[in-house]
Design a protein around this ligand. Structure first.
Ligand SMILES: [Cu+2]
Length: 66
């Protein structure tokens, strides 16, 4: 199932890389698609929504509504 999250403090491709890397540390086969302009992170993986949100927050980003 694809999870789409709004991450309001994504500012550039560097932020996108950090978030992608962080998710891949937890779940190496996750499919991560980040739209820097829309500030959205779409994740397809076996990981729970909760754990993905936690990883993004731990990387220093803010998940809207979390
Ligand atoms: Cu950045």
């Amino acid at each position: 199932m694809a999870l789409k999250l709004k991450v309001s403090n994504i500012a550039c491709e560097g932020c996108a890389d950090i978030i992608t890397e962080s998710i891949h540390v937890m779940q190496p086969d996750a499919k991560v698609d980040i739209d820097v302009n829309a500030k959205t992170v779409t994740v397809e993986s076996a990981a729970s929504e909760e754990s993905i949100k936690q990883v993004i927050v731990a990387a220093g980003y803010a998940v809207e509504g979390y």
